[in-house]
Design a protein around this ligand. Structure first.
Ligand code: PGA
Length: 219
């Protein structure tokens, strides 16, 4: 049985109070590895609460500075993230689009994350985008499928994931883009797809727990 990775991306949502409330309503019925990618401001309060309640969720940041600690106002370094989390998303299409992140910047981010010992999910929108060395997991997320309710077909996602694996030799490739509790099993039942990266469907704790349960029932 292949190990599934379920990674929720909260994007720029939730206050600390809302995040703690979410955790209180999140009832996990399976053993699948779950990682929650949350805004920087939520890493500390969520870590405290996850440790206190002994919930099997790992935490991740949604971005990282391309620089080490130092005079980079507004940035959060990989070392600061590693203090509170084990994972980071790099290269999400929203960062490429709204914040002008280029392949060159993203390579620096990967390098900083690796130095700090963070596990990286590197997002690509297709099978031609360059994936830097040292990435642990790739997320295939077609831009047109993100937040639109129109996911890729499981068959096409599987084909693209296969090409990414062959080209990059990254062993774990997951799919993201309008994943829901209803369609998740169609994706994870594909041979090459090792997990999913839901955004919108991770914001509600009951919906997210159902999504995880539906994903795991098949494996
Ligand atoms: P979505 O977002 O599930 O809301 O489409 C996925 C993502 O952007 O990671």
């Amino acid at each position: 049985m292949k190990k599934l990775l379920i990674a929720g991306n909260w994007k720029s949502n939730k206050t600390a109070r809302e995040a703690i409330e979410w955790l209180g309503n999140f009832k996990l019925e399976t053993q699948a590895p779950v990682v929650l990618f949350v805004p920087f401001t939520l890493l500390y309060p969520l870590k405290q609460e996850i440790d206190r309640l002994q919930i099997p969720i790992e935490l991740g940041a949604q971005d990282v500075s391309p620089f080490p600690d130092g005079a980079y106002t507004g940035e959060v370094s990989a070392r600061q993230i590693k203090d509170l989390a084990d994972w980071v998303i790099i290269g999400h299409s929203e960062r490429r689009k709204h914040f002008g992140e280029t392949d060159e910047i993203l390579e620096k981010k990967v390098s900083q994350a690796r130095l700090a010992g963070l596990q990286i999910i590197y997002c690509v929108g297709d099978d031609v985008t360059v994936v830097p060395q040292g990435v642990d997991t790739v997320a295939y997320e077609p831009v047109w499928a993100i937040g639109t309710g129109k996911s890729d077909t499981p068959e096409n996602a599987n084909t693209v994931v296969g090409v990414i694996k062959a080209k990059t030799h990254v062993p774990v490739v997951i799919y993201g883009g309008s994943v829901t509790p209803e369609n998740v099993s169609l994706f994870v039942s594909q041979e090459g797809i090792d997990g999913v990266l839901p955004g919108g469907a991770s914001l509600d704790p009951i919906k997210f727990a159902t999504l995880i349960k539906n994903a795991c029932n098949l494996r």
